[in-house]
Design a binder for this molecule. Structure first.
Ligand code: NDP
Length: 321
């Protein structure tokens, strides 16, 4: 077992973690970043990103994350392709243990573990990932201009995704498992007013089909009832909007989480309820969930951590200069 003592430990990569790494390195805090199970986070699963300012011609998600990473390394971030498995925030400095059992003792911690879109769990979702299956209409909707798409889910996210897609696609189906939308009244009204959105109530997806990509979904209506029917729905794109799960399991009992598991921060800062622990990106953001907003909170978390360290560890920091 190895034990390291660091000023700033960043748990999780992606736009928030790498941006925190860039700012913390430039502030001479020698951050250590544990990249986690999916280095680069959710963007490494998308194709082209067209809405991140600074890339007028778009950029590949994995390439953008590689560039964020390189930038953090350039300023001295120590990036480790490992996962933090356990944390103890009950006393300072904080004790964190990685997946090999090595220990990192940190004066400040930035949590940027992200969130994961929920999937239905169909084998076909994996098969057609990037070939018609997506969990982000803002990221991938543009590829379905004048095509037919389906959005699974009946909440506000699904309504928002369907509305967005309806401005690009020829036809948008919402596949809703109940006989009503869970979305807010205002969103329901907007969906109802959009002519090219059709809601398929009481429907579940059994699978997807297509040769080189999604060409349709097999749908079951009124499952397990006398009216049960199975039909093919020809579509080019299949969007999941059945919610996100923040990757915050290891912080349960350590940090205040909301009922969905998102880390609570003292907005507009990135301070959590534990002094010296900060949260950035999707793990603390149930609303925006964009790369640019995650990067912004990563910057804020590094600045909050720097101020915290200056206030509490000034002597040590001065001797490091
Ligand atoms: P929600 O949990 O509100 O909705 C999830 C939807 O997916 C529900 O319709 C649910 O169906 C359906 N669903 C879940 N699992 C399955 C499954 N296995 N198969 C089929 N359908 C499934 O999540 P959202 O992401 O929509 O919203 C999260 C929060 O964020 C909410 O509080 C929402 O109000 C908020 N939000 C607000 C926005 C806004 O105000 N503009 C925009 C986006 C989100 P069922 O109803 O049957 O459970």
């Amino acid at each position: 077992m190895k034990e390291d003592k660091v000023k700033v430990l960043i748990i999780g990569s992606g736009p928030a973690g790498y941006t925190a790494g860039i700012y913390a390195s430039r502030a001479n805090l020698a951050p250590v970043i544990y990249e986690g199970e999916q280095p680069g986070g959710q963007l490494t699963q998308t194709t082209e990103i067209e809405n991140f300012p600074g890339y007028p011609h778009g950029i590949d998600g994995p390439q953008m994350m590689e560039e964020f990473r390189e930038q953090a390394i350039r300023f001295g971030a120590d990036i480790r392709s490992r996962t933090i498995a356990e944390v103890d925030f009950s006393k300072k400095p904080f004790r964190c243990v990685d997946d090999r059992g090595d220990v990192v003792i940190a004066d400040a911690v930035i949590v940027s573990t992200g969130a994961s879109a929920k999937y239905l769990g169909l084998p076909d979702e994996k098969k057609y990932m990037g070939l018609g299956v997506s969990a982000c209409a803002t990221c991938d909707g543009f590829f379905y201009r004048k095509k037919k798409v389906a959005v699974v889910g009946g909440g506000d996210t699904a309504a928002e995704e369907a509305l967005y897609l309806s401005t690009l696609a020829e036809k948008v189906y919402m596949i809703v498992r109940k006989d009503y939308l869970r979305a807010s009244e205002v969103m329901k009204k907007r969906v109802a007013e959009r002519e090219n959105i059709e809601i398929l109530f009481n429907c579940n997806v059994l699978g997807l089909y297509g040769i080189d990509g999604v060409e349709g979904a097999k749908v079951i209506r009124h499952k397990d009832t006398p009216e049960e029917e199975i039909f093919d729905l020809p579509i080019d794109g299949f969007f999941l909007a059945i919610g996100h799960t923040p990757n915050t399991g290891i912080f349960r009992g350590q940090l205040n989480l909301d009922k969905e598991g998102y880390i609570e921060v003292k907005s507009p800062t990135t301070h959590t309820n534990v002094e010296g622990v900060f949260a950035a990106g999707d793990c603390a953001d149930p609303i925006y969930r964009q790369a640019i907003s995650a990067a912004g909170t990563g910057c804020r978390a590094a600045m909050d951590a720097e101020r915290y360290l200056m206030d509490h560890y000034f002597q040590e920091m001065a001797s490091d200069k």
